[in-house]
Ligand binder design. Structure first.
Ligand SMILES: [Zn+2]
Length: 685
């Protein structure tokens, strides 16, 4: 009777929303973990199988139930010849709850394998106001010998297909070779006969580490996995058996686990949405920003306006950079980055004294005295064959080299290499007073099968990601926590939900020009919040409102112009445009992104942000080589009865209208000439 009262109270409270919580019903061995948005139910069945039962969207009423034809378990792992999954019986050894920051609950369910080969701990997390379940498995080797974990499934979800058709949505990464890719969104109808849609993610992969799926009634799920190495993820529908099935595997996993040792799988998350891909993206971004992502240095002044020295290529030198720093500071640039070329060689991370006769610290001092932060390029996974480190340790290279500016690649999961690199990173930061690391290189997770290294030769992908790159970066960050890092590898080709934990921004494409830059932002801002779409504006873009307008929406705006060569008019124009960027960056960074019209050579493109906290919207409308001198922009997401003031960056017109009027009647945007842009501000009144 008391339970009935509690259940009744819960039922009443649910629509109002409640905080993250987890309950065990001991009579059924059933766990219900959730909040006012999501509820996920798991059971240890009477015959010992640990099974997913149902995941519910408490706001929309959508249900994702498991298929009677295909029992499914969050436990999906192979160690040696033992497969732990929905067919493997367990005993409940223990279960307990922790509270986790920010405002979350973590449920541990400790299962003892009936055949005594392993102990598996299922870890489930839910956070207040996030319609997302985050999870991981902890495997403990109970056999009498070391074993290799050779397979895991980070998306162990199979759901009843409810007789519906499904559409999958993915986004490419940046790539030049072998295929040119620039964050294209890919929407694919699932073949009901089971052909999978694939996501090839991680360093040097083809797609961002994220996937969304919805049915014909807009009932949707999205998923991300927190791993920087290569992962193959699939979703498929087998309508004859009545289910949709996800899978996500770390490629070439072969991780040794000693006697009584443990292995924890990378975390992954499954979220619920009801609506379009913008809604899937926004819910992913809210979760990432609240739970996963490295906090921005300052929400009010981030993303930064930056300057990068690549206009001069590797021919950087002291006086030129001093002169550029003076102009940059006068323009309002906040971060001054010295790109590739400052060191004696890649891997020989001391300043080239022929280029910097007073030392790089003198330039850093000058930059700081002008009120800017000092950023430095660091290609940590590469070294020149002639560099002292490789002369002394020729075996520190990985078996595959990526040919980054004549360097060869290092194996970061080899412990002596890793230890050296951590010390070098800390020394560079201290010696040159560095505030910002521009991490660069080519393919940040190396392939290495050397038997002479400290990692297992057959575990390259996992170990070079987790024990290599991640271990090096986290050790340097732990030692120097006030230095912020930017993710780059000749462009955004490690766009993962592990990356966001260590870096405050990521490059999208390299300095590819106006149209390509807008394309990249358009695609990248589905899975990732706008601050993870940072862009480099090359000198070749010229300096007009079309060029600068192409960088108004997104993460850091990095100028690559030779500032010391600009005319006074150009300096004035750029300074004014930087002011515009700064006035709107906080709204863009916090808002929901609406992808209204994608960039095209002969078109007009529109991207909008709406910030529910301020009730302000902002849109950048850009005309490429089209003949449309005006464009009617229909904003999305406004409050219908609310009054808004509409103003523009160029057009002096001002409107005062309700949200309903604006969304139905549209806003005329004047784009009188090809290659022009306009910014529309819609302000809560
Ligand atoms: Zn190695």
């Amino acid at each position: 009777m008391r339970n009935a009262v509690i259940l009744l109270l819960m039922a009443i409270a649910a629509p109002l929303g409640f905080g993250a919580q987890s309950f065990l019903d001991p009579s059924q061995n059933t766990w219900t973990i959730g909040n006012g948005w999501i509820s996920a139910v798991f059971q240890l069945s009477p015959d010992g199988y640990f099974l997913t039962q149902q995941i519910s969207d408490l706001q929309s009423g959508d249900q994702w139930t498991t298929s009677p034809n295909r029992p499914t378990s969050p436990v999906r792992l192979q160690a040696g010849t033992d497969v732990f999954d929905a067919q493997r019986p367990f005993l409940l050894l223990d279960q307990y709850i922790q509270t986790v920051n920010p405002s979350g609950v973590r449920q541990y369910i400790v299962l003892q394998d009936l055949y005594s080969a392993a102990q598996i701990t299922v870890i489930l997390e839910v956070y207040d106001n996030q319609p997302v379940l985050r999870y991981s498995l902890l495997y403990r080797n109970l056999t009498a010998s070391p074993v290799y974990v050779s397979w895991i499934n980070m998306l162990p979800w199979t759901f009843d297909d409810a007789g519906q058709g499904y559409t999958a949505f993915r986004v490419n990464q940046w790539s030049v070779d072998p295929n040119a890719e620039d964050f294209e969104p890919l929407e694919t109808t699932l073949d009901p006969s089971g052909a999978p849609v694939e996501v090839d993610s991680g360093a040097d992969g083809q797609q961002c580490g994220w996937l969304a799926l919805r049915d014909e009634n807009m009932r949707g799920v999205f998923a991300g996995w927190e791993f920087d190495g290569r992962v193959k993820t699939t979703v498929r529908q087998l309508s004859s058996s009545g289910y949709v099935q996800f899978s996500s595997t770390v490629l070439d996993l072969n991780h040794p686990v000693p006697l009584s040792g443990e292995f924890q799988t990378p975390y992954a998350f499954l979220g619920l949405f009801h609506g379009d891909w913008d809604e899937a993206g926004y819910r992913t971004q809210r979760f990432s920003e609240a739970v996963l992502a490295k906090p921005a240095p300052d929400a009010k002044t981030f993303p930064y306006v930056a300057w990068d020295s690549w206009a001069y290529g590797e021919q950087v030198e002291e006086q030129t950079l001093m002169d550029n720093a003076d102009v940059a500071a006068s323009l309002g640039v906040e971060l001054f980055i010295v790109d590739l070329g400052w060191a004696r060689a890649i891997g020989d991370w001391y300043e080239d004294l022929t280029k910097f006769p007073h030392g790089l610290a003198a330039l850093s001092y000058h930059v700081h005295s002008l009120g800017m932060k000092f950023g430095l390029h660091f290609a940590l996974t590469e070294a020149d064959p002639a560099s002292p480190v490789l002369q002394a340790n020729p075996d520190w290279t990985s078996t595959e080299s990526d040919g980054y500016f004549g360097a060869v690649s290092l194996c970061l999961s080899n412990q002596p290499t890793r230890d050296w690199l951590i010390q070098e990173g800390i020394r560079i930061i201290d010696q040159y007073n560095v505030d910002w690391i521009l991490q660069d290189g080519q393919n940040m997770v190396k392939q290495c099968t050397k038997t002479t290294h400290t990692h297992d030769p057959n575990d390259s992908n996992y170990s070079n990601a987790v024990d290599g790159l991640n271990a090096v970066v986290s050790a340097i960050q732990a030692a120097r926590p006030n230095v912020y890092w930017e993710n780059c590898e000749d462009g955004g080709s490690m766009m993962t939900f592990n990356m966001v934990k260590s870096y405050v921004t990521s490059i999208t494409n390299d300095a590819s020009g106006s149209l390509a830059s807008r394309r990249a932002v358009y695609g990248a801002t589905y899975p990732f919040s706008p601050r993870y779409a940072d862009r480099y504006m090359p000198d070749s873009d010229g300096l007009d409102s079309y060029a600068t307008g192409s960088y108004m929406f997104g993460g850091n705006w990095a100028l690559m112009n030779s500032l010391a060569d600009l005319t006074p008019d150009q300096v004035a124009f750029l300074g004014q445009q930087i002011g515009v960027y700064k006035s709107q960056r906080a709204d863009v960074a916090a808002g929901k992104v609406y992808h209204i019209l994608p960039p095209a050579d002969n078109g007009t493109d529109v991207i909008q942000s709406y910030d529910p906290a301020t009730d302000n919207a902002i849109a950048v409308v850009t005309r490429a080589d089209s003949d449309g001198a005006s464009y009617v922009f229909y904003p999305l997401g406004l409050v219908p009865v609310q009054r808004y003031a509409v103003s523009f960056a160029n057009d002096p017109s001002i409107y005062l209208q309700t949200g309903a009027q604006l969304m139905q009647g549209g806003v005329p945007v004047q784009l009188p000439t090809p290659y022009s842009s306009e910014v529309v501000h819609i302000q809560h009144q």
